[in-house]
Ligand binder design. Structure first.
Ligand code: FES
Length: 136
């Protein structure tokens, strides 16, 4: 299995009781999020086990108001920050997918197994092609 490294942020930028989303594949949406809970760093795929949708209701809003639970804002499922286990809602007992990571020189680095990086889209301007009239 190959792992790709994605530096996400400096570890000291993460604050207890807050979460932060990241878009390592640069697809315009945060596909992973990190948080610090009871001094432990956690990194999860941003996908609810109920319907495979993103959890947050706006940028970096993954947690309950008191910062004690991860919340899926689609249908209100609640997850334990330390384990990702759903303790309330339609996916009760299921878990968020924890992702492998390491800290390197103060940076949180996502180690994503088998993640394919989609080629960047390149806008090509549309050209009008005029037919050249046949010569007589
Ligand atoms: S999609 Fe998350 S609780 Fe339904």
């Amino acid at each position: 299995m190959t792992l790709r490294d994605f530096p996400l942020c400096r570890v000291d930028e993460l604050v207890e009781g807050q979460a932060r989303g990241f878009d390592p594949l640069q697809r315009g949406k945060d596909s992973v999020f990190a948080l610090v809970h009871e001094g432990q760093l956690r990194l999860y795929r941003n996908s609810c086990p109920h319907l495979d949708v993103r959890l947050e209701y706006r940028k970096d809003r993954f947690l309950s108001a008191d910062g004690q639970l991860i919340v899926c804002y689609a249908h209100g499922a609640q997850f334990l920050p330390g384990t990702g286990e759903c303790v309330y809602g339609p996916c009760l007992g299921q878990k968020l997918e924890a992702l492998p990571w390491r800290v390197e020189e103060g940076w949180l680095v996502l180690q994503m197994p088998g993640m394919k990086v989609a080629p960047r889209r390149v806008e090509v301007s549309r050209l009008t092609i005029h037919r050249i009239p046949d010569r007589d």
